[in-house]
Design a protein around this ligand. Structure first.
Ligand SMILES: O=c1[nH]cnc2c1ncn2[C@@H]1O[C@H](CO)[C@@H](O)[C@H]1O
Ligand SMILES: [Zn+2]
Length: 505
């Protein structure tokens, strides 16, 4: 009898008193494997002729890389820390194909860590920038834009650049605003250790990046980098820090979101293939009750002023020491139901603590998507609910590695989500701080390191489609987004197919 196609499941059928014949066993085995593939994320996707050609090529490359890794996992990029293998991505042909594919949208990324470090370096070439202190081993100087010298210990960056040389100065800035370390496994002793450096990065970067002209430019240039990585849509989280200018003006939350909105509109009109961007207001989870009252008020005001550009609300910061969703629940439940929740939850290695319980609260509070959900496998009932309610899990593989939840991507819990068609998207969280591209590095790691060796182009296509489906766009926006993505996908697949036939890829 067939294990899968016959009505009786493996569990229902009694253990055989006799052993199966070899033929029966082989047939059952065949059915078993087929059933597994049947459940894969992407299994429902069909591929046309060109896509099949690209798929065959891509799978040959993927297999080559996997066989090399299977023989010696030291050769396998996803098995190693990204900082040890950053230059190896560029040598991978699979990576090159992934770079060219339209990947849909990034639904999980953060305001001050979107664009590459170059953008931060560029900002330090602006006039009126001052610094206090020197470049140390673990931290940099303080920065500030100001018409006048802010105090005795401050010097003009333009003057320091003269004696230091631009080359040296740029390199120092690049080092300071990144978690990159050539020896990452020794550099960071624990998750808390790397998180403290990570959190400090945001703090020290803020005075540089929150200068209004830089704020706009950084966001605009980041969108361009996403676009160049074939990402056509973005939903990003932001804390809305104090943005300032040379006249001493401090911008309100509304004014900051207005800047994002204007830059997005401008970018859309100069890049017609770009679908757009939305903003998720995501202040820190360390807020006191009093601060949270103000946060709630800001969320309501922003929701009123930007009913579509504001996608929703989230809370950010290290989850283990941070306050739990349960603590905020009374206030959160009073927010109008039209404000979507996109909570970070279960970004932890702990089990049975308040952190992984955030997953349950995220579900019960009606979160539309869950950021990371790293601990979700430990909560089968949550797994059931996210499928039933179609709550999308936003996985960020490289973030999880750099922030020390997983060392070897083959151990990433999202493998289960990929094996059983869960609602899931792949995102990059803070690509700036790990020197990765807006999405290609994470897609590559997910495709080769987390997914089954058997999962193919259909997985990548499904992930792109999911990023539209589970976005905060309304149905009309989604329809037009799908058109733009389909067009780009079709064009790139055709171009790839041509290159493959010509042997030029
Ligand atoms: O993966 C993450 N989990 C939780 N918080 C994060 C993550 N990445 C960035 N931030 C938080 O986002 C703020 C900037 O928007 C930062 O303050 C940082 O704490
Ligand atoms: Zn995040």
């Amino acid at each position: 009898q067939h294990l899968i196609s016959s009505g009786t499941s493996a569990v229902e059928s009694k253990p055989a008193s006799a052993r199966p014949t070899y033929e029966d066993y082989k047939r059952q085995r065949e059915n078993f494997l087929q059933a597994e593939e049947y459940h894969f994320l992407g299994a429902n996707v069909t591929l046309n002729e060109n896509e099949q050609l690209v798929n065959k090529f891509l799978m040959r490359l993927k297999l080559e890389e996997m066989v090399k890794g299977f023989n010696d996992s030291y050769n396998f990029i996803p098995a190693r820390h990204i900082f040890e293998v950053l230059d190896r991505f560029g040598q991978s042909k699979v990576f090159k194909v992934i770079q060219r594919l339209p990947k849909g949208g990034v639904l999980h990324a953060h305001d001050m860590a979107l664009g590459s470090t170059d953008l931060i370096v560029n900002a330090t070439y602006r006039e009126n920038l001052w610094q206090k202190g020197n470049f140390g081993v673990s931290h940099g100087p303080q920065f500030k834009f100001s018409k006048e010298k802010p105090g005795k210990e401050w010097s003009l960056v333009s003057e320091i650049r003269q004696w230091m040389t631009d080359k040296v100065y740029d390199a120092k800035v690049g080092e300071i605003f990144s978690l990159y370390n050539a020896d990452p496994l020794n550099a960071y002793k624990s998750l808390d250790d790397v998180w403290s450096k990570f959190q400090n990065l945001f703090g020290s970067l803020a005075p540089l990046i929150t200068f209004a002209p830089v704020w706009r430019q950084y966001y605009h240039d980041s969108l361009k980098q996403f676009y160049d990585d074939h990402v056509q849509y973005l939903e990003f989280r932001g804390v809305l820090p104090d943005v300032y200018d040379l006249d001493g003006k401090i911008y309100s939350a509304e004014e900051i979101v207005q800047m994002y909105y204007e830059e997005t509109e401008e970018f859309k009109s100069s890049h017609p293939e770009f679908i757009g961007a939305k903003f998720i207001y995501a202040p820190g989870r360390f807020a006191t009750d009093d601060e949270f009252l103000k946060i709630i008020d800001t969320a309501k005001r922003l929701h009123k002023k930007f009913p579509t550009f504001l996608a929703g609300f989230d809370l950010v910061g290290q989850e283990d020491p941070g306050r739990s969703l349960l603590e905020f629940a009374p206030a959160l439940l009073k927010l109008p139901a039209s404000i979507n929740f996109f909570f970070h939850a279960g970004e932890t290695n702990w089990y049975g603590m308040k952190t992984d319980q955030n997953l349950i609260d995220a579900v019960l509070l009606g979160s539309k998507r869950i950021g990371h959900g790293f601990a979700v496998l430990k909560h089968p009932k949550v797994l059931k609910e996210i499928k039933r309610r179609q709550i999308c899990i936003e996985i960020n593989p490289i973030s999880n590695q750099v922030l020390k939840l997983v060392q070897d991507q083959r151990n990433h819990p999202a493998a289960l989500l990929f094996s059983d068609n869960y609602p899931v998207v792949v995102s990059s969280d803070d690509p700036s701080f790990w020197r990765s591209t807006p999405l290609s590095h994470d897609f590559y790691v997910a495709f080769t390191g987390i997914a089954s060796a058997k999962q193919d182009l259909r997985l990548l296509k499904q992930l792109a489609l999911n990023s539209i489906e589970y976005s905060a766009m309304n149905s009309e926006e989604k329809t037009s987004a799908k058109e733009k993505w389909s067009q780009a996908w079709h064009d790139q697949i055709s171009a790839l197919a041509t290159d493959i036939v010509a042997g030029s890829v």
